[in-house]
Design a protein around this ligand. Structure first.
Ligand SMILES: *[C@@H]1O[C@H](CO)[C@@H](O)[C@H](O)[C@H]1NC(C)=O
Ligand SMILES: *[C@@H]1O[C@H](CO)[C@@H](O)[C@H](O)[C@H]1NC(C)=O
Ligand SMILES: *[C@@H]1O[C@H](CO)[C@@H](O)[C@H](O)[C@H]1NC(C)=O
Length: 336
C-alpha cells in the first residue's frame, strides 16, 4: 500500500500546474491546499472560504487516496485525520458537500457514519469518519482551478476570473498596489529620514504606506545561529534571522499593511511569521504584543485563534493563525 502511494505521490506531485499555489496539488477536477493548523469544523470551513476555496470536495476513491497520501506527506505524519467538506445539518439530514456538488461517492470506514455530523478523512487509509464539529483537526481546502470564482474575502466581495486574478496572493498584490498609490496623503508622522524606495537593500521591497523596507527570510533548517535557550522569549530565533539581514521582525498595524506583507511571500510558502508574540500564556486568550512593544491594534485571526498556549503568530494568505514555533518550510517577515 505504501509503495503504491509513493508512486501515486510522485505522479501527483508533478500535477500542481494550473493551481494557484505551487504547493497545492491537482487531483481529479480540483486543486487541494493542505492546511497544517488545527481548527474546529466550522472554523476550518471559514478558513477555506477566506482563501476563496471550499473545504475539500472528494469525488472518487482515487481522489480520496491521493488526498490522504499528500496530506501525510505535507503534514509529515502517517496517521491522524483531516477535515473534508462533507457534513450534514443533523443526524436525520443528508450529507452535503461544501462546494455544492452532489454526493455521488462516499468512502466511509467501518461503522460510519455514526451519530456525529462532520466528516474527517484518515491519513492512514483514506477512509471517512464522522466526528463532533468541536474536534480540532488540520484541514484540506479545494477549488476548481478553471472556474470563475466569487471571492469571499472578509473585507470585500469581488468577482474575479482565474485568468485575471485568482490567487489571494495576486489579489493582494493588486490591492496592495492600489493602496500604495493612494497613500501619498497619509502618515504625516513619517519624516524624510525614512528610506525611499530606491534605498531599500537588494531583495527588500519598499512600502509607501509605512516607508519601510520588507523581506521574507525563509526559516529553513539552518543552524548557523546562536543557541536559543528553551526558556527564551518567543520569537528569539526568528528575530536572529531578521538581524542577520540587518532588519527586525515586521509589525502589522492595518489591513493595508497586512495585504502588502502577503505580497512578499515566496510562491511556494503558505505561512510566514511576523513579530507578534504571546507574552502571557496564563491569560485566557494569551497576551499578544508586537516585538517592538507596540500594541496589537489590528489583527486578522482565524476564528479559532489566537490560542493561549501558542507563542507566535503566522500570516497566511487567509486568516492569521497562532503556533508554537516557526517550522522549516515557513518564512519570517522582516522590516527595516
Ligand atoms: C498573566 O495573566 C494572568 C491571568 O490573566 C495574570 O493573573 C498574571 O498576572 C499575568 N502575568 C503577567 C506577568 O502579566
Ligand atoms: C494550556 O496549558 C495549560 C498549562 O500547561 C493547560 O492546563 C491547558 O489545558 C492548555 N490549554 C489548551 C487549550 O491546550
Ligand atoms: C520554494 O522555491 C524555492 C525557489 O524556487 C526553492 O529553493 C525552495 O526549496 C522551495 N521551497 C519549498 C518549501 O518548496
Amino acid at each position: 500500500m505504501l509503495a503504491l502511494w509513493t508512486v501515486l505521490l510522485l505522479f501527483s506531485a508533478v500535477q500542481s500546474q494550473g493551481c494557484w499555489n505551487p504547493r497545492d496539488v491537482h487531483i481529479g477536477n480540483n486543486c487541494y491546499t493542505f492546511v497544517d493548523k488545527i481548527h474546529t469544523y466550522s472554523n476550518a470551513r471559514a478558513y477555506c472560504h477566506s482563501v476563496h476555496a471550499s473545504l475539500a470536495g472528494v469525488q472518487s476513491a482515487i481522489d480520496a487516496n491521493f488526498l490522504a497520501a499528500n496530506a501525510g506527506s505535507q503534514f509529515g505524519v502517517t496517521n491522524g485525520d483531516f477535515w473534508i467538506g462533507l457534513s450534514r445539518a443533523g443526524s436525520e439530514a443528508s450529507f452535503k458537500w461544501d462546494d455544492g456538488t452532489s454526493v455521488t461517492f462516499t468512502n466511509w470506514g467501518p461503522g460510519y457514519p455514526n451519530s456525529q455530523n462532520y466528516v474527517a478523512e484518515s491519513i492512514a487509509n483514506g477512509r471517512w469518519k464522522t466526528l463532533a464539529g468541536a474536534a480540532e483537526l488540520p484541514l484540506v481546502c479545494s477549488y476548481d482551478p478553471k472556474e470563475v470564482i466569487t471571492t469571499g474575502s472578509p473585507m470585500k466581495t469581488t468577482k474575479v476570473t482565474k485568468t485575471s486574478v485568482v490567487p489571494t496572493k495576486q489579489a493582494s498584490t493588486t490591492r496592495g498596489t492600489r493602496l500604495q498609490s493612494g497613500s501619498t496623503n497619509q502618515s504625516p508622522s513619517f519624516t524624510t529620514s525614512q528610506p525611499v524606495s530606491n534605498s531599500c537593500p537588494q531583495g527588500f521591497k519598499f512600502s509607501k504606506l509605512t516607508k519601510k523596507c520588507y523581506i521574507v527570510v525563509m526559516y529553513g533548517d539552518d543552524d548557523s545561529y546562536p543557541d536559543v535557550p528553551t526558556n527564551a522569549p518567543p520569537l528569539t530565533r526568528e528575530q536572529q534571522r531578521c538581524t542577520k539581514v540587518g532588519a527586525t521582525l515586521a509589525t502589522i498595524h492595518s489591513q493595508e499593511e497586512n495585504e502588502f506583507v502577503r505580497t512578499l511571500f515566496p510562491e511556494n510558502v503558505s505561512y510566514c511569521t511576523a513579530g507578534l508574540r504571546n507574552i502571557n500564556s496564563s491569560s485566557s486568550e494569551g497576551d499578544w504584543e508586537w516585538i517592538d512593544g507596540t500594541k496589537m491594534d489590528y489583527s486578522n485571526f482565524s476564528p479559532s485563534f489566537p490560542k493561549p498556549n501558542d507563542s507566535i503568530v503566522q500570516i497566511g494568505h487567509g486568516f492569521w493563525v497562532t503556533y508554537t514555533r516557526t517550522t522549516p518550510l515557513e518564512g519570517v517577515i522582516c522590516m527595516k
